[in-house]
Design a protein around this ligand. Structure first.
Ligand SMILES: CSC[C@H]1O[C@H](OP(=O)(O)O)[C@H](O)[C@@H]1O
Ligand SMILES: Nc1ncnc2[nH]cnc12
Length: 289
């Protein structure tokens, strides 16, 4: 095992300066290359693998993030927990810019992203997503954010739009009328892929704006987002540091690690040795070669 914790850094979080004993590794996966080289390093005694989601130069748009390669690479490094750090807009007055949110639900409005490792493989796999984020990891992340001294909302529903454009006012008001809390462009398909890879996954959402619905606030733009990220990215780094001690205390009783146990529908007799070999990283314990 090269790392226990994976961190996917979103907009504004392109490196983790707190890591020591750092090495950069380039990984090739069956789904191509991850977003960038992966930084392996140590944080309070725990090995961490860090991937900047959009690349260090922010060259991958939300629709083109190689999410399958990122999660495959993290799985191949042995990580158990994956934390995504993301900039989001708020859809509610009481969730203010500079607050943090650890969402418990997600609505997927993306339309053109591969959403499964098993597309066109001849394997049919249906994982359960009633609880899309790992409850144990969410708890640890919430405690860590509190320890970092920020105002944190310990639940909320994230709507993931395709982008890359921000929403229209009518869309923003529609999402508010649906009772949704925060908006971004990247939680999907990461939630789906984490579950298929049997990884515990949670999201630390950094609120940067009130999207476009708020009568008194400036509508979201890249400059608004970057300005707010500049103000709270250090708090996010503090929360990641504080997270390690809470991770060590987790009981590991969530269902994430066995998510595929009853999810494979295809008759094992019909699964070829080549397919077993290709997916052995994810399915080896259920479909021996
Ligand atoms: C740079 S503003 C829009 C951009 O920021 C968020 O990215 P991430 O979730 O990776 O922090 C949002 O989803 C958009 O991709
Ligand atoms: N309002 C917003 N909509 C979509 N993605 C965002 N990322 C940060 N703010 C956002």
């Amino acid at each position: 095992m090269d790392a226990e914790l994976g961190v996917i850094g979103g907009s504004g979080l392109y490196r983790m300066p707190e890591l020591t004993d750092v090495e950069e590794i380039a990984i090739e996966t069956p789904f191509g290359r991850p977003s960038d080289t992966i930084t392996l390093g140590t944080l309070h005694g725990m090995r961490v693998a860090f991937i900047p989601r959009h690349g260090r130069a922010h060259q991958h748009s939300p629709s083109n993030v190689p999410a399958r390669a990122n999660f495959w690479a993290l799985k191949s490094l042995g990580v158990q927990w994956v934390v995504s750090v993301s900039a989001v807009g708020s859809l509610r007055e009481e969730i203010a810019p500079l607050d943090f949110v650890v969402p418990d639900q997600v609505v997927d409005r993306t339309v053109r992203r591969p959403r499964s490792f098993f597309d066109e493989s001849g394997l049919v796999v249906h994982v359960t997503l009633d609880e899309p984020f790992c409850p144990e990891l969410r708890w640890a992340l919430t405690q860590a954010a509190i320890a970092a001294g920020v105002r944190v909302h310990d639940r909320g529903t994230y709507i993931c739009i395709e982008g890359p454009q921000f929403s229209t006012r009518a869309e923003s008001n529609l999402y508010r009328s649906w009772g949704l809390d925060i908006i971004g462009m990247t939680a999907m398909p990461e939630v789906r892929l984490a579950r298929e890879a049997e990884l515990c996954f949670a999201l630390l959402a950094l609120v940067t704006d009130y999207d476009v619905w708020h009568a008194e606030e400036e509508p979201v733009s890249v400059s608004v987002v970057l300005e707010r990220l500049h103000q709270n990215v250090q708090a996010a780094q503090r929360a990641l540091s504080a997270l390690i001690e809470y991770l060590r205390a987790l009981p590991g009783r969530c269902g994430c690690r066995t998510a595929l146990q009853h999810a494979i529908v295809t008759d094992p007799a019909a699964i070829s040795p080549e397919i077993r070999q290709r997916f052995s990283l994810l399915l080896g314990k259920y479909l021996p070669g």
